[in-house]
Design a binder for this molecule. Structure first.
Ligand SMILES: C[S@@+](CC[C@H](N)C(=O)[O-])C[C@H]1O[C@@H](n2cnc3c(N)ncnc32)[C@H](O)[C@@H]1O
Length: 229
Protein backbone atom coordinates (compact mmCIF):
# COMPACT_ATOMS: atom_id res chain seq x y z
CA UNK A 1 0.00 0.00 0.00
CA UNK A 2 1.30 3.45 -0.90
CA UNK A 3 0.18 6.35 1.27
CA UNK A 4 -0.87 9.62 -0.38
CA UNK A 5 1.39 12.66 0.02
CA UNK A 6 -0.56 14.00 3.01
CA UNK A 7 -0.58 10.77 5.05
CA UNK A 8 3.08 10.13 4.16
CA UNK A 9 4.00 13.62 5.38
CA UNK A 10 2.13 12.98 8.66
CA UNK A 11 3.90 9.63 9.06
CA UNK A 12 7.31 11.26 8.63
CA UNK A 13 6.78 13.06 11.97
CA UNK A 14 6.16 9.83 13.90
CA UNK A 15 9.34 8.96 15.82
CA UNK A 16 11.00 5.54 15.52
CA UNK A 17 9.69 3.21 18.23
CA UNK A 18 6.52 5.23 18.82
CA UNK A 19 3.51 3.88 20.67
CA UNK A 20 1.05 5.54 18.36
CA UNK A 21 -2.62 6.50 18.41
CA UNK A 22 -4.34 7.62 15.22
CA UNK A 23 -7.55 9.31 16.32
CA UNK A 24 -10.15 9.54 13.55
CA UNK A 25 -8.27 6.84 11.69
CA UNK A 26 -11.01 6.14 9.10
CA UNK A 27 -9.49 3.39 6.92
CA UNK A 28 -6.53 2.80 9.26
CA UNK A 29 -3.95 3.34 6.50
CA UNK A 30 -1.55 5.42 8.60
CA UNK A 31 -1.13 2.98 11.53
CA UNK A 32 -0.96 0.06 9.06
CA UNK A 33 1.91 1.69 7.16
CA UNK A 34 3.80 2.71 10.31
CA UNK A 35 3.51 -0.75 11.86
CA UNK A 36 4.47 -2.49 8.60
CA UNK A 37 7.51 -0.20 8.26
CA UNK A 38 8.39 -0.93 11.93
CA UNK A 39 8.38 2.79 12.76
CA UNK A 40 5.66 2.39 15.40
CA UNK A 41 5.96 -0.56 17.79
CA UNK A 42 2.26 -0.56 18.62
CA UNK A 43 -0.78 1.43 17.56
CA UNK A 44 -4.34 2.27 18.53
CA UNK A 45 -6.65 3.20 15.67
CA UNK A 46 -9.72 5.05 16.98
CA UNK A 47 -12.83 6.31 15.28
CA UNK A 48 -16.18 7.67 16.45
CA UNK A 49 -18.22 6.40 13.50
CA UNK A 50 -19.19 2.78 12.86
CA UNK A 51 -18.36 2.80 9.11
CA UNK A 52 -14.75 4.04 9.44
CA UNK A 53 -14.20 1.91 12.57
CA UNK A 54 -15.33 -1.22 10.69
CA UNK A 55 -13.26 -0.29 7.62
CA UNK A 56 -10.12 0.08 9.77
CA UNK A 57 -10.88 -3.20 11.58
CA UNK A 58 -11.38 -5.08 8.29
CA UNK A 59 -8.19 -3.65 6.75
CA UNK A 60 -6.12 -4.43 9.85
CA UNK A 61 -7.50 -7.97 10.25
CA UNK A 62 -7.06 -8.77 6.57
CA UNK A 63 -3.35 -7.98 6.98
CA UNK A 64 -3.08 -9.99 10.22
CA UNK A 65 -2.01 -6.88 12.16
CA UNK A 66 -4.59 -7.06 14.97
CA UNK A 67 -1.90 -8.01 17.53
CA UNK A 68 -0.06 -4.76 16.83
CA UNK A 69 -2.95 -2.40 16.07
CA UNK A 70 -5.88 -2.18 18.45
CA UNK A 71 -8.95 -0.80 16.68
CA UNK A 72 -11.28 1.07 19.03
CA UNK A 73 -14.69 2.61 18.65
CA UNK A 74 -15.21 5.87 20.54
CA UNK A 75 -14.89 9.61 20.86
CA UNK A 76 -11.40 11.12 20.52
CA UNK A 77 -8.90 10.26 23.25
CA UNK A 78 -11.56 8.50 25.37
CA UNK A 79 -10.45 5.26 23.67
CA UNK A 80 -7.06 5.55 25.44
CA UNK A 81 -5.90 5.32 29.03
CA UNK A 82 -3.31 7.80 30.31
CA UNK A 83 0.25 6.76 29.41
CA UNK A 84 -0.87 4.11 26.91
CA UNK A 85 0.63 5.90 23.90
CA UNK A 86 3.34 8.54 23.44
CA UNK A 87 2.45 9.90 20.00
CA UNK A 88 -0.99 11.00 18.83
CA UNK A 89 -2.01 11.84 15.27
CA UNK A 90 -5.29 13.72 14.74
CA UNK A 91 -5.71 14.51 11.05
CA UNK A 92 -8.37 15.47 8.57
CA UNK A 93 -10.73 17.26 11.00
CA UNK A 94 -11.55 20.89 11.69
CA UNK A 95 -9.38 22.79 14.16
CA UNK A 96 -12.19 23.16 16.68
CA UNK A 97 -12.84 19.38 16.70
CA UNK A 98 -9.12 18.76 17.25
CA UNK A 99 -9.08 21.22 20.17
CA UNK A 100 -12.23 19.65 21.63
CA UNK A 101 -10.60 16.20 21.44
CA UNK A 102 -7.43 17.45 23.20
CA UNK A 103 -9.43 19.33 25.86
CA UNK A 104 -11.91 16.63 26.72
CA UNK A 105 -9.44 14.02 28.07
CA UNK A 106 -6.81 16.15 29.89
CA UNK A 107 -5.21 13.16 31.65
CA UNK A 108 -4.60 11.38 28.37
CA UNK A 109 -3.46 14.54 26.55
CA UNK A 110 -0.95 15.44 29.25
CA UNK A 111 0.52 11.90 29.19
CA UNK A 112 1.47 12.19 25.51
CA UNK A 113 4.91 13.31 24.33
CA UNK A 114 4.15 14.35 20.74
CA UNK A 115 1.03 15.56 18.93
CA UNK A 116 0.90 15.50 15.13
CA UNK A 117 -2.10 17.52 13.99
CA UNK A 118 -3.50 18.30 10.56
CA UNK A 119 -6.48 20.65 10.81
CA UNK A 120 -8.53 21.09 7.64
CA UNK A 121 -9.52 24.60 8.79
CA UNK A 122 -8.76 26.93 11.70
CA UNK A 123 -5.07 26.05 12.11
CA UNK A 124 -4.74 29.45 13.82
CA UNK A 125 -7.01 28.26 16.66
CA UNK A 126 -5.00 25.04 17.02
CA UNK A 127 -1.69 26.95 17.28
CA UNK A 128 -3.19 29.36 19.82
CA UNK A 129 -4.65 26.55 21.92
CA UNK A 130 -1.41 24.55 21.93
CA UNK A 131 0.82 27.44 22.96
CA UNK A 132 -1.64 28.56 25.66
CA UNK A 133 -1.81 25.02 27.08
CA UNK A 134 1.83 24.09 27.70
CA UNK A 135 2.54 22.72 24.24
CA UNK A 136 5.41 24.00 22.15
CA UNK A 137 5.19 23.82 18.35
CA UNK A 138 8.40 22.08 17.31
CA UNK A 139 7.81 21.51 13.61
CA UNK A 140 5.37 22.29 10.82
CA UNK A 141 4.96 21.30 7.19
CA UNK A 142 2.90 22.19 4.15
CA UNK A 143 1.89 19.44 1.81
CA UNK A 144 0.02 19.51 -1.45
CA UNK A 145 -2.08 16.45 -2.21
CA UNK A 146 -4.45 16.17 -5.14
CA UNK A 147 -4.40 19.94 -5.64
CA UNK A 148 -5.17 20.88 -2.04
CA UNK A 149 -2.78 22.47 0.45
CA UNK A 150 -2.60 21.03 3.98
CA UNK A 151 -0.88 22.27 7.15
CA UNK A 152 0.75 19.87 9.60
CA UNK A 153 1.55 21.03 13.14
CA UNK A 154 3.82 19.02 15.44
CA UNK A 155 3.88 19.87 19.14
CA UNK A 156 5.69 18.58 22.21
CA UNK A 157 5.15 19.41 25.85
CA UNK A 158 6.89 22.58 26.98
CA UNK A 159 6.58 26.30 27.35
CA UNK A 160 6.22 28.07 24.04
CA UNK A 161 8.06 31.31 23.24
CA UNK A 162 5.80 34.26 22.36
CA UNK A 163 5.21 35.14 18.73
CA UNK A 164 3.74 38.12 16.89
CA UNK A 165 0.04 37.40 16.42
CA UNK A 166 0.18 36.86 12.65
CA UNK A 167 2.52 33.89 13.19
CA UNK A 168 -0.42 31.92 14.63
CA UNK A 169 -2.08 32.28 11.22
CA UNK A 170 1.01 31.65 9.09
CA UNK A 171 2.75 29.11 11.31
CA UNK A 172 5.84 30.16 13.24
CA UNK A 173 7.96 27.21 12.09
CA UNK A 174 6.72 27.50 8.50
CA UNK A 175 7.83 31.14 8.51
CA UNK A 176 11.23 30.12 9.88
CA UNK A 177 11.73 27.18 7.49
CA UNK A 178 10.33 28.93 4.40
CA UNK A 179 9.22 25.80 2.52
CA UNK A 180 8.55 26.06 -1.24
CA UNK A 181 4.77 26.14 -0.67
CA UNK A 182 4.88 29.07 1.79
CA UNK A 183 4.04 31.65 -0.91
CA UNK A 184 0.97 29.66 -1.93
CA UNK A 185 -0.02 29.27 1.74
CA UNK A 186 0.18 33.05 2.23
CA UNK A 187 -1.80 33.64 -0.99
CA UNK A 188 -4.54 31.37 0.40
CA UNK A 189 -4.59 33.20 3.75
CA UNK A 190 -4.74 36.57 1.96
CA UNK A 191 -7.58 35.42 -0.34
CA UNK A 192 -9.51 34.03 2.62
CA UNK A 193 -9.14 37.28 4.60
CA UNK A 194 -10.17 39.36 1.58
CA UNK A 195 -13.25 37.15 1.17
CA UNK A 196 -14.30 37.74 4.80
CA UNK A 197 -13.75 41.51 4.45
CA UNK A 198 -15.78 41.59 1.21
CA UNK A 199 -18.67 39.82 2.92
CA UNK A 200 -18.49 42.14 5.95
CA UNK A 201 -18.46 45.18 3.67
CA UNK A 202 -22.07 44.36 2.70
CA UNK A 203 -23.31 45.26 6.18
CA UNK A 204 -22.86 48.63 7.91
CA UNK A 205 -22.81 47.10 11.38
CA UNK A 206 -20.25 44.45 10.35
CA UNK A 207 -18.08 47.17 8.81
CA UNK A 208 -18.11 49.15 12.05
CA UNK A 209 -17.31 46.14 14.22
CA UNK A 210 -13.97 45.43 15.88
CA UNK A 211 -13.84 42.18 13.85
CA UNK A 212 -13.66 44.25 10.65
CA UNK A 213 -10.67 46.19 12.05
CA UNK A 214 -9.06 42.92 13.13
CA UNK A 215 -9.40 41.41 9.65
CA UNK A 216 -8.17 44.62 8.00
CA UNK A 217 -5.07 44.55 10.20
CA UNK A 218 -4.61 40.82 9.53
CA UNK A 219 -4.72 41.49 5.78
CA UNK A 220 -2.09 44.24 6.05
CA UNK A 221 0.18 41.96 8.11
CA UNK A 222 -0.21 39.03 5.69
CA UNK A 223 0.52 41.26 2.69
CA UNK A 224 3.61 42.64 4.42
CA UNK A 225 4.88 39.10 5.10
CA UNK A 226 4.12 38.08 1.49
CA UNK A 227 6.31 40.97 0.27
CA UNK A 228 9.22 39.63 2.38
CA UNK A 229 9.30 36.30 0.55
C1 LIG B 1 -11.85 13.02 7.03
S1 LIG B 1 -11.57 11.63 8.01
C2 LIG B 1 -9.80 11.66 8.18
C3 LIG B 1 -9.22 10.28 8.25
C4 LIG B 1 -7.73 10.22 8.49
N1 LIG B 1 -7.39 10.70 9.82
C5 LIG B 1 -7.02 11.02 7.45
O1 LIG B 1 -6.45 12.06 7.79
O2 LIG B 1 -7.00 10.60 6.28
C6 LIG B 1 -12.11 12.08 9.62
C7 LIG B 1 -12.34 10.88 10.50
O3 LIG B 1 -12.40 11.33 11.84
C8 LIG B 1 -13.45 10.66 12.49
N2 LIG B 1 -13.82 11.50 13.64
C9 LIG B 1 -14.44 12.71 13.64
N3 LIG B 1 -14.59 13.17 14.90
C10 LIG B 1 -14.04 12.24 15.72
C11 LIG B 1 -13.88 12.13 17.13
N4 LIG B 1 -14.33 13.06 17.95
N5 LIG B 1 -13.27 11.03 17.62
C12 LIG B 1 -12.82 10.05 16.80
N6 LIG B 1 -12.95 10.09 15.46
C13 LIG B 1 -13.55 11.18 14.92
C14 LIG B 1 -14.51 10.50 11.42
O4 LIG B 1 -15.40 9.44 11.71
C15 LIG B 1 -13.63 10.18 10.19
O5 LIG B 1 -13.41 8.81 10.04
Amino acid sequence: MKLGERLAALGAFVPQGARLADIGTDHGYLPIELIQKKIAISAVAGDIHKGPYQAAKDNIESLGLEEKISVRFGNGLAVLSPGEVDTVVIAGMGGSTIIEILKSQPEVTSSVTRLILQPMIAAVAVRSWLTANKWCIVDEALVQDEGRLYEIIVAEQGVSPEFESIMYDIGMILWKKKPKLLGLHLDHLIAQTERVLREMANSDSAQQSSKFDEYTKRLEQLEAKRQCL
